[in-house]
Design a protein around this ligand. Sequence first.
Ligand code: PLP
Length: 298
Amino acid sequence: MASIPFDDRDGFIWMNGSLRPWRDANIHILSHALHYASCVFEGERVYSGEIFKLREHTDRLIASAKILGFDIPYTADEIDAACKETVAAQGFKDAYVRPVAWRGSEMMGVSAQATKINLAVAVWEWPSYFDPEERLKGIRLDMAQYRRPAPETAPCKSKAAGLYMICTISKHAAEGKGYADAMMLDYRGYVAEATGANVFFEKDGKLHTPTPDCFLDGITRRTVIDLAKARGVEVIERHIKPEEMAEFNQCFITGTAAEVTPVSEIGEYRFTPGEITKQLMDDYTALVNRAGTSAAAE
Ligand SMILES: Cc1ncc(COP(=O)(O)O)c(C=O)c1O
């Protein structure tokens, strides 16, 4: 799909303390982050002008950086303010927010203790995609070639750029075969998550979702668990073997970008989006828009 390149757009990007023209938000080629993946980021959504669960995202950004061994030189309040300032400068009501923190170009090499820590926030327009009827058909997922690494192998609780290397490879391979995304197993062989979203299954009216012990416990995942419980739906967090997917009726993925997206197919397994999935899609849509409306009304 053709789109305007991300380095050639109008507007403003917040970078290291102030807004600057979009096309001037550049870094040097010898930035440590580019060579050694010393970079963490967030993905947030703006609904009706309000960033959904902003503080949770900001806290995760700060925590992700700490796990990678660096402190972002701004407080959570300052980061929240930077995100809001960028949304306001861009003037979008429904958008995506990308805060990113990285080691700069003061040192080159594995050791980079004295690099400056940079922070930027970019916001671009991103309406909720698919109309609900279209979305209810479900997306098709291939099985990924790579597995989520063990906690002893990688800093898996950090939303670190480096951990997305295997996601991009897996997603590209799936797309090359006509699938929308790929389902990754974890290092033990249990079902883990899609390349940018968590997964839920339904059986006998109960939801089953993998225990997030080696991948992100998504903010959307936690939100959807609360929404399900509010509807009286039991949610079971546990290790799920791939062959168990044969026993589940419904499946959906959750994430800031994906929101609640039904899944019709994962590898050899088939699912039929049904009532619980539709209910949670509706509840999630209502919640994110209500959150925006109430804050906007304050
Ligand atoms: C690998 C991965 N898992 C899960 C998620 C879902 O997280 P969240 O709901 O906080 O967006 C994301 C998106 O950030 C992700 O990239």
